[in-house]
Design a protein around this ligand. Sequence first.
Ligand SMILES: Nc1ncnc2c1ncn2[C@@H]1O[C@H](COP(=O)(O)OP(=O)(O)O)[C@@H](O)[C@H]1O
Ligand SMILES: [Mg+2]
Length: 300
Amino acid sequence: MKASEIDISVVSVSKTFRTGLFTKKQAVKDVSFSIPRGEVIGLLGPNGSGKSTLLKMILGFLHPTEGEISVCGEKSQGRKARFQIGYLPENPRFPKFLKAKEAMLYYGALYQLPHATIDKKADELLELVGLRHVANERIKGFSKGMVQRLAIAQSLINRPRILIFDEPMSGLDPMGRIEIRNLIKKVHLELKDSTIFFSSHVLEDVEQLCSYVALMNEGILKTFSTTEALLSSEAQRYDISLDKEMTRTVDSIEELVSDLTTLLNEKKKIIAVHPHRKNLEHALFRQNESLQTRTQEKIG
Ligand SMILES: Nc1ncnc2c1ncn2[C@@H]1O[C@H](COP(=O)(O)OP(=O)(O)O)[C@@H](O)[C@H]1O
Ligand SMILES: [Mg+2]
């Protein structure tokens, strides 16, 4: 892969927080990966696994204790890198007295863009996120989903090449989640060549949106892979539906053939054979199971 095609490069990055006079917490442990341009990456992991810390280091808000991060070939701490990134924080808040459009103008002004440019851009982005009709209403009356959509619009004001969204779907009801998921798809289509890196603890969000999957646990990057490779590493399973609503599952095509032969010889009635839909949950679970076994083997 050419260096110019890499948008985010993280090399041996660790982050330790001082939590007391004599206590420390290592939130991110020796993490390395590269994200090619134009991809959508989902960062999975339970609460406290280091996702926000990692994202904040990429944004340049936090310094890594060890290692290097570059964004579009620039050091992540620098102003140049910062201007390439749009950011949706974990719990976006806006001054409640502001109206949606005023908030857009305010954030646009921070990037020192000419007023006419910001004005036009604000309208376009409010349209994109479906808030144009409430552009002149106060944020005070907005639902959580609307605030989230406004925050996404705000993250795009500078036409960034990289978008970092920290838990964009958290705290939303199922309909709200679907809306934000669809909006992320729309943003990726609209902003061609943009790289979107978002964290979530919901597998389904990642499975539906991402070409890459990263999984963190206790500060360690356990998995970094294309979604495709993960899913294709997963064995194809089948359900055999028998008479009387009985179903059995087999783990490979060989097992399927052998089971069907036996069942037919026994004159059993077979109603249907269905391939299982391969899913990320199985693939990740299996990969991390084998990781654990390998670690144990090393120790043992
Ligand atoms: N500023 C901080 N000071 C001390 N500990 C922190 C700080 N920020 C995060 N941590 C700790 O680092 C770990 C990872 O946190 P975080 O990156 O927020 O995880 P996630 O976003 O995956 O929930 C947690 O144990 C958290 O308590
Ligand atoms: Mg977090």
